[in-house]
Design a protein around this ligand. Sequence first.
Ligand SMILES: N[C@@H](CCC(=O)N[C@@H](CS)C(=O)NCC(=O)O)C(=O)O
Length: 257
Amino acid sequence: MATQEPLVRFYDLSGPKPWSPACWVTRYALNFKGIPYTVTKLSYPGIKPKCEELLKDMTGLEATVPIIEILQEPYKALNDSTPIAKLLNERFTEADGYKHLKDVEKLDAYEEAYPSRGVFMSLSSGDLAQKVTFCSANKLAGIVYDVWANALDPSDGSKEYFKETREKILGMPLKDLLEVKGGGEELCIEKMKSCWVGLQERMKNEGTGEPTYLDFFDASIVRWVEAASHEKYEKLLGIYGDDTFIKLMKKVSPYEA
Ligand SMILES: N[C@@H](CCC(=O)N[C@@H](CS)C(=O)NCC(=O)O)C(=O)O
C-alpha cells in the first residue's frame, strides 16, 4: 500500500499518538477497506479553520475532525465519522476491490441503545455543551482530565484550547470533574458497566471474524481511554471480568496501523 498513490487525505488530531475516538473510527475504516491515504494532523484550534477551508458551507455542520478529502474525481471533502464511513463504502466499492464495511447504518440505533457510551465519546467533541448532561449523569467524568494531561499535543495550543473551552462549559477545573461530577473513580468505573452491555453481548456471539463498524466504534473508545490513561484502560478492560474487550481488540487489531 505504501507505494500506492493516496486516494484520501485524512485529517486527524495532533497528540503524542492517535487518540481521538472519532478519528480512530475513520482510521479503522480506511485501513479495513484498504484505501491508500495520507494523514495530516491538526491542532484543536486548527480544526475550525480547516473545516471552513475544505467544507466551505458550514451550515448545519460542526467544526470537528475527522475530515477526509477524496482526491480522485469527483473530489469531495467531508467531516463526521459516520457519514465518512458511508461515503467510503459508496466511493470505494467491492466491485473495485475494496472491502465493504458492514453495519455502518446500525450505529445510530446502537448509540441510542447505549447512550452513555456514546456520550463518553462526545466529551472530546465540539458539541460538548449539549452533552454536559453526561457529566451530571457522571458516567465517565474521570477521563476528561486525563485526555488533557496525556493525550493532547503539549506544544501546539491544543491543551490551552481544550482546557479553556471545556472548563467554560463545565464550570469547573478539569481536574475536579472526576470527584465533583463523577463521584470518584470507583463509582465511575462501576457505572461504566451499563455502557458496554451491547458490546459484551455481541462479543459472545460475534467475538471473532471480520470486524464491523460497531466493533470499530467501540474499539475507538477503548483506544481513546488507552491514550488518556493506561491505568484506566486496564480497569476498563477488566470491568466484566471476562474476555469481552480482549476479543474486541483482537478482532480490530489488524486494522490499527
Ligand atoms: N460526531 C463527530 C464527533 C467528532 C468530534 O467530536 N471530534 C472532536 C475531536 S475527538 C473535535 O473535532 N472537536 C473540536 C472542538 O472541540 O473544537 C464524529 O463522529 O466525527
